[in-house]
Design a binder for this molecule. Sequence first.
Ligand code: GH3
Ligand code: MG
Ligand code: MG
Ligand code: MG
Ligand code: MG
Length: 302
Amino acid sequence: MNILIAEDAPSDRMLLKLHLKKLGHTVYEVSDGNELISYFLEHESELDVLIVDLNMPNKSGVEAVSEIRAHQGSYAANWIPIIFLSGSDAEDDILYCIEAGADAFLSKPVQHKVLLAKIIAVTRLAEMRKELLIANARLKALSTTDYLTNLPNRRAFENALKDEMGKSKRHDQPLSVAVLDIDHFKMINDTYGHDAGDYVLKELANRLISDQRSGDVFGRIGGEEFGLILPHTNVREAAIACERYRTLLSEQPYIYESNDLDLTVSVGVCMYDGDEKQFELIKRADNALYEAKNSGRNKVVI
Ligand code: GH3
Ligand code: MG
Ligand code: MG
Ligand code: MG
Ligand code: MG
């Protein structure tokens, strides 16, 4: 492991260094709190453990460690284990160091096997922490992404809509929402099979994304239903954009196992009135979609 020692007493530092080297670690050294911070910031990703003396000139170990923890934040994946060393074993000092962000405290003179044990314990914890963060990020991605199309799912779409409604209100900017539904999709499943239907959904999502404007959010909000959030867009502009999507999605056939599948989509569009709730806004877009369906499909209705 790469271990950084911050210790102002040269003899203590030498001894510690010799010992850690004997254990096979690579050791770097600094001799005060300021050096600790600058060395850490420059080599953050290469370091595995910090061993820090409590009392050092210029900046104490505790001050330096507090700054390092503040810099890393609680969710840093590379959160580094820190072991404090001190000539004092006063209860208050122990608490002070741990509260500042250290993971272990050893009093000097250091018993080397105890140090070794602490290094094993703190790195094991850091490893577990990293795995938890990765698992958490995966879980979050899973719970907000539609497995078939990789678009945001309904939950993520509604959250994004809530955010955009807030922004629209704060910045007094128009916001439009559209619901897009494949026409007679059931026929595709019935004629070519469910896998063909799945293929069409994925391909349609790809085509939609290929033309996505930065800042827009597209999600899969139902079986064959997609939601579009168009910030900074009034309803007329949104209708024009949706007209473009309608054409984009239906002009080329979807080729599945050498069958050309033709489809059309219907779209309902509306603009946020600044007052309504999310579900009311989506409901209005749904009503417009219903009108599009009832008046012949393959069209955009405001
Ligand atoms: P309309 O023009 O009125 O929208 O007709 P439609 O056939 O598209 O609508 P309907 O609601 O009658 O049928 C939707 C179909 O979408 C039925 C359902 O099996 C299918 N579907 C929903 N989710 C999936 C999916 O993930 N994969 C596939 N292959 N089909 C799906
Ligand atoms: Mg000291
Ligand atoms: Mg449909
Ligand atoms: Mg239907
Ligand atoms: Mg539908």
